[in-house]
Each structure stands twice: as structure tokens, then as C-alpha cells.
Design a binder for this molecule. Structure first.
Ligand code: FES
Length: 205
């Protein structure tokens, strides 16, 4: 007969290998399962099928490209301006009847006036379709100027014969006041002759 101590010792000896065996068996099962897989196979790729299905569900539009983009822009082709189109500006240009400034005079209607440049000591003929400044420069005179747009007084001169606008037409001058114009002052860079007169250049109010 084995004593109680012997039984405990035997039990322990038997249990340890059994536990080790069970552990190894478990690991083997896990390993085999992971190598062989679960047997699940993915279904065939359905992405193409889904895309085709969705495409067939979208209604066809009548608009050819790039008209489709214009629809998204909020107005289709209605607001588009064709290149060189029939807009108002084009009509005006084609008609040729609307002038944009006092210098826009048809060639056969250009007139010439005798203008005395007092400081230069010369009288020359100036046309009515170019500013006094430009025509004075064409004579070779070094006349004062800065902006050439009627926005300073660098080019100012004084017409001795009376209010300047009795003799010239200003194209959008923004500097001279009414009283100064009445005193004969003019901005020669934007002043177009409308009569004969005498002028002193380099004279500002
Ligand atoms: S150059 Fe400036 S107004 Fe004539």
C-alpha cells in the first residue's frame, strides 16, 4: 500500500506531463487552424457589378459636355457671352455712331484752328481731334505735363481770350473749377481745340 505522501507525489508527477501535453495539443490545433485557414472563401469581386448597376440607375441627360457644367453653374448657356458676340458694345462699335470722347472725330470732319503759343512765339494750326499738349509736342516744344489724364494741373495753360471752354473741349478733366475755367485755364493734355485762340502754356491757377 502506498502512503498518502506517495500518492500526492505520483499525482503531481502524472499531472505535470498531462498539463504539458494538453498545452502542446492546444497549440498544435491553433497552429493547424491558422495554417489551413477557416475554409472561408471571399466572394467574387462585386465592385464592377455595383458600379455598373449604379451607372445604369443615373438618368441620361440631353446636354453634351461642356454644357453639363454650365447647368451646375446656375444658368446653362443662356448667360454665356459668345466670343466676339452680338453684345451691345459690339453693336455700338459696328454702328460707328457713338463717340467715346471729343477726339473721336471722323477723318473727313476734322477741322483746324489757328492757335498762338505766346511763350513759344509761334502760331500753328491745331486739329480738333488731338489734345493741345500732344500737338504742341509734335512741334518739338518741351511742354509741362505729368499724368496726361486730366488729374493734375501740371499741363495747365491759360487762354487769354476768355473762358477756356469757349475755345476747347475738355475730355474728362477733374481738376479745374468753374471759376478757373472762366478765367481761361485749361488742362492741355485733355483739351481739344474748338476755335482759334492764344494760349500761355505752363500757367496754372
Ligand atoms: S498732365 Fe495732369 S492734368 Fe494734364
Amino acid at each position: 500500500m502506498l502512503g498518502p505522501l506517495a500518492i500526492v507525489a505520483i499525482t503531481r508527477i502524472v499531472s505535470l506531463p498531462a498539463i504539458a501535453l494538453a498545452t502542446v495539443a492546444t497549440l498544435l490545433i491553433v497552429l493547424i487552424t491558422s495554417v489551413k485557414g477557416t475554409g472561408w472563401e471571399p466572394t467574387t469581386d462585386i465592385s464592377e457589378e455595383v458600379l455598373e448597376h449604379r451607372a445604369s440607375a443615373v438618368p441620361e441627360t440631353e446636354f453634351p459636355e461642356p454644357g453639363n457644367r454650365a447647368v451646375g453653374g446656375g444658368g446653362g448657356g443662356a448667360g454665356a457671352i459668345p466670343a466676339g458676340g452680338d453684345g451691345e458694345e459690339g453693336e455700338l462699335e459696328e454702328g460707328g455712331t457713338v463717340s467715346s470722347g471729343p477726339g473721336d472725330i471722323p477723318e473727313d470732319e476734322v477741322e483746324y484752328f489757328e492757335v498762338e503759343f505766346v511763350k513759344q512765339g509761334e502760331t500753328v494750326e491745331l486739329s480738333n481731334d488731338q489734345p493741345i499738349l500732344e500737338q504742341g509736342e509734335d512741334e518739338g516744344w518741351d511742354l509741362p505735363y505729368a499724368c496726361r489724364q486730366g488729374q493734375c494741373v501740371s499741363c495747365a495753360g491759360q487762354i487769354a481770350d476768355g473762358p477756356s471752354e469757349d475755345f476747347v473741349e475738355h475730355d474728362n478733366q477733374q481738376m479745374l473749377e468753374e471759376a478757373e475755367i472762366d478765367d481761361g485755364y485749361t488742362l492741355t493734355c485733355v483739351a481739344y481745340p474748338r476755335d482759334s485762340f492764344s494760349i500761355e502754356t505752363g500757367e496754372a491757377p
